[in-house]
Ligand binder design. Structure first.
Ligand SMILES: *Cc1c(COP(=O)(O)O)cnc(C)c1O
Length: 237
């Protein structure tokens, strides 16, 4: 078994244990493997171990990997863009990715909608919420979610799937759980209003258990699967 296969198995059992503790079904929690800065060979090992959903932060690097796997004839992978999105990179996201987790303004949603090729299924989008990290410029305030969601719901080449957040790092479980619960409240409210909403993208290597206890449906795990990251990224091949 490769280290990556071993790590994936460990994360899956950590997800199951966290789900069991709060009486949730672990099938309702999707594991997104965050492969940013990691070479295609690392992703291949994860694919061999059964992983299908991958998250990338840098547009160009993500597009190269998507092309690599498509040219290699490996289908059935789902690619999530989870990094900060600048307007001038939106076309690459619209033309290559399956999901974008970091929509935080109408302008970027409209660009993605216009740029999504009609030959592809609608792009799945999450609204990024700035839940606790006042120093971060990414994400909208919780009280702006509804208005942006209503606008996105009108765009035919996007599907509003839910919310995403990157809370400020907190090392104790109680503070992680408190912030994650605020997101869960906003998510439940949105789900009641929009039938396409089913995803709360919340939880990374260090706060995954609290996120699951609060109601996360998608955890984004990098380090615990692929090991510490090297910056700048390797060549992908
Ligand atoms: C890098 C990253 C992750 C993964 O973080 P780890 O701590 O390595 O698990 C998750 N979400 C986002 C948005 C990231 O940028």
């Amino acid at each position: 078994m490769s280290d990556i296969a071993h790590n994936l198995a460990q994360i899956q059992s950590r997800i199951s244990a966290a789900a069991r503790r709060c009486e949730r079904d672990s099938k309702d929690i999707t594991l997104l493997a965050v492969s940013k800065t990691k070479p295609a060979s690392a992703i291949e090992k994860a694919v061999a171990a059964g992983q299908r959903q991958f998250g990338e932060n840098y547009v160009q690097e993500g597009v190269e990997k998507i092309r690599y796997f498509s040219e290699a004839g490996i289908s059935g992978l789902t690619w999530h863009f989870i990094g900060p999105l600048q307007s001038n990179k939106s076309r690459l996201v619209a033309e290559h990715f399956d999901w974008c987790h970091t929509v935080d303004r109408l302008k970027i949603a409209m660009r993605l909608n216009e740029q999504r090729p009609i030959t592809m299924p609608p792009l799945n989008v999450l609204i990024q919420v700035n839940i606790s990290d006042e120093t971060s410029k990414s994400g909208i305030a919780p009280d702006e979610i509804e208005a942006l969601a209503a606008n996105i719901a009108e765009l035919p080449h996007l599907v509003l799937r839910g919310l995403m957040a990157i809370p400020a790092p907190a090392c104790d479980y109680q503070s992680q759980f408190a912030v994650a619960s605020e997101m869960a409240v906003a998510f439940t409210r949105l789900k009641q209003r929009f039938s396409t909403v089913d995803t709360l993208s919340l939880g990374m290597t260090d706060d995954m258990d609290a996120a699951i206890a609060a109601g996360s449906t998608m955890v984004r795990i990098g380090t615990a699967i692929f090991g510490a990251r090297d910056y700048p990224p390797h060549q992908i091949l």
